[in-house]
Design a binder for this molecule. Structure first.
Ligand SMILES: Nc1ncnc2c1ncn2[C@@H]1O[C@H](COP(=O)(O)OP(=O)(O)OP(=O)(O)O)[C@@H](O)[C@H]1O
Ligand SMILES: [Mg+2]
Length: 227
């Protein structure tokens, strides 16, 4: 599903966020991305979503080489990915349901179909009763869950989550991680960046550890193995 071959990302100004990173995450796998602040976790996820371009190296996602992906195929590529941002980025001038509907609007879904999917996504994260609320009236955990509903509303095959439990209490953090495991059980491939080692160790899933932009070559297969 995801394959990076010797990927380097250097930002203007010279910061090398990733240095020669190779990894492979197979279809149906779930892996955690760990490492200290500044290690390059967000950069790696953004490269996989094609929100950033690498300085060097090759990135394949869902069978597509992101470097040569034709512009007309970008919308279809984006449709295959769900992104949970480090800061949830809800739009404060839109109610919960309208925030979750955003990806569907961009993808041109019809209103009735969109409405059905939005309700299904909110139901999945346990927030159907808040569909008409304004984001700023929600707790941090609820806002985070709205962000997750928005990421899965178009039923992506690949879910990329950046610190989805940041700032949440232990109970809520566990609930959110379990939500990702549920998605994975029904076939969604997932890569989840997290600082919360104590929590993610419990799940016994493979961890890709970034340190200073470096990662050993790894191959994550479905099931629980890493190598
Ligand atoms: N747009 C940018 N321009 C310049 N430097 C950047 C940019 N984005 C990230 N960096 C730098 O790249 C490095 C990796 O950043 P990144 O955000 O990927 O780390 P991270 O592992 O996600 O950290 P955190 O755990 O704090 O979220 C850092 O040194 C950061 O300052
Ligand atoms: Mg980050």
């Amino acid at each position: 599903m995801i394959r990076l071959q010797r990927v380097t990302k250097r930002f203007d100004g010279g910061t090398e966020a990733l240095n020669n990173v190779s990894l492979r995450v197979d279809v149906g796998a779930l892996a955690f991305l760990t490492g200290p602040s500044g290690a390059g976790k967000s950069t790696l996820l953004r490269l996989i979503a094609r929100l950033e371009r690498p300085t060097r190296g090759r990135i394949m996602v869902n069978g597509k080489d992101l470097d040569t992906l034709p512009r007309r195929e970008v919308p279809q590529f984006r449709r295959s990915i769900g992104l949970v941002f480090q800061d949830h980025r809800l739009l404060l001038d839109r109610r919960v349901h309208a925030n979750v509907a955003l990806p569907l609007e961009i993808l041109g879904y019809r209103r009735t179909e969109a409405r059905k999917r939005v309700r299904a996504a909110l139901d999945k994260v346990g927030l159907l009763q808040k569909e008409n609320a304004w984001p700023q009236t929600l707790s941090a955990g609820e806002q985070q869950r709205v962000g997750i509903a928005r990421a899965i509303v178009h039923r992506p095959a690949l879910l990329l989550a950046d610190e989805p439990t940041g700032n949440l209490d232990p109970k809520l953090s566990r609930e959110i991680m379990e939500l990702f495991l549920d998605f994975n059980r029904v076939g969604v491939t997932a890569l989840i960046a997290s600082h919360n080692l104590e929590l993610i160790t419990e799940f016994g899933r493979p961890m890709l550890h970034l340190e200073n932009g470096n990662l050993e070559a790894r191959h994550v297969k479905p099931g629980h193995s890493a190598g």
